[in-house]
Design a binder for this molecule. Structure first.
Ligand code: NI
Length: 213
C-alpha cells in the first residue's frame, strides 16, 4: 500500500471502521445536511451552488467540519484519532490533522468536482488527504477519479493538462473504505446521476512539525 501511494499518488485502505462507527458518522452527517436542506441554515462553512434556472441551492461541502458540534467527526480530527496512524504510516512520521470537511453529493443534483490539485506548494509524499466513505461510491453517484503518478508532475502543471494526458482511473469504493491521496495529485469527481447519496469525510494530514505554506 505504501509503495502504491508513493508511485500512483493514491491508495485504498479497505474497511478500517466498524459498522457502529460508520453509523455514528452517518447520523452526524445527516443532521448537518438536514440543517441546510430542511432548516434553512446557512453559514460560510456550508458551501453550495444554485443551478441555472432554479432557485434551489445545492449543498456540496461543509467546511471546518470539526467545529460543527459533531463528536464522532471531531474525534477523527483530534490527535490520537483512528486515521492518524494510517496517515503516519504513509507519511513516515508523526502527523497532525490540518483540515476537515464533509463532501456531499446529493442524489440527482450534485455537480461534478472539476479537475484540480489540492496543493502543489509542498513536495510529493509530504501532505495527504484521507477520505472516509460513508456510502458506496461508483461512476453513477460521483466516485473519485485520479491521474496516477501526477503528484510527481511539476508544481505549475495544471490538473486539466494532466487529465488530458491521462490515464484517468475511476476509483469505486465501498462504504467504510478510506481513500488516501497525495495533495499534489490531479483528481476530480463525477456528477451524481443516481438516486443514491454519496457522503465522504475528508481530512488533510501534514507532518506534525511542518508549518503549511
Ligand atoms: Ni481535492
Amino acid at each position: 500500500m505504501l509503495q502504491v501511494f508513493r508511485t500512483d499518488g493514491y491508495a485504498v485502505l479497505p474497511q478500517r471502521f466498524t459498522e457502529d462507527a460508520l453509523e455514528d458518522l452517518r447520523a452526524e452527517a445527516d443532521r448537518l445536511i438536514r440543517r441546510f436542506t430542511q432548516d434553512g441554515f446557512r453559514s460560510d462553512d456550508y458551501w453550495h451552488f444554485t443551478p441555472a434556472g432554479t432557485n434551489a441551492p445545492v449543498l456540496y461541502r461543509i467546511h471546518n467540519l470539526e467545529d460543527q458540534g459533531s463528536p464522532a467527526v471531531t474525534r477523527l480530527y483530534a490527535d490520537g484519532g483512528p486515521l492518524h496512524p494510517m496517515a503516519a504510516s504513509v507519511l513516515d512520521g508523526p502527523v497532525r490533522a490540518t483540515a476537515c470537511a464533509l463532501i456531499v453529493k446529493l442524489p440527482r443534483v450534485a455537480a461534478p468536482v472539476p479537475w484540480h490539485r489540492d496543493r502543489t506548494n509542498v513536495p510529493p509524499h509530504t501532505v495527504c488527504n484521507l477520505s472516509v466513505f460513508l456510502d458506496d461510491s461508483d461512476a453513477d453517484n460521483g466516485c473519485l477519479e485520479f491521474v496516477p503518478g501526477s503528484h510527481l508532475s511539476p508544481d505549475d502543471e495544471e490538473a486539466d493538462e494532466l487529465q488530458v494526458r491521462g490515464p484517468v482511473h475511476a476509483l469505486p469504493l465501498t462504504a467504510g473504505d478510506t481513500a488516501i491521496h497525495d495533495v499534489r495529485i490531479a483528481h476530480a469527481s463525477r456528477r451524481n446521476c443516481s438516486p443514491r447519496i454519496r457522503r465522504s469525510i475528508v481530512i488533510e494530514f501534514a507532518p506534525a512539525d511542518l508549518e503549511l505554506p
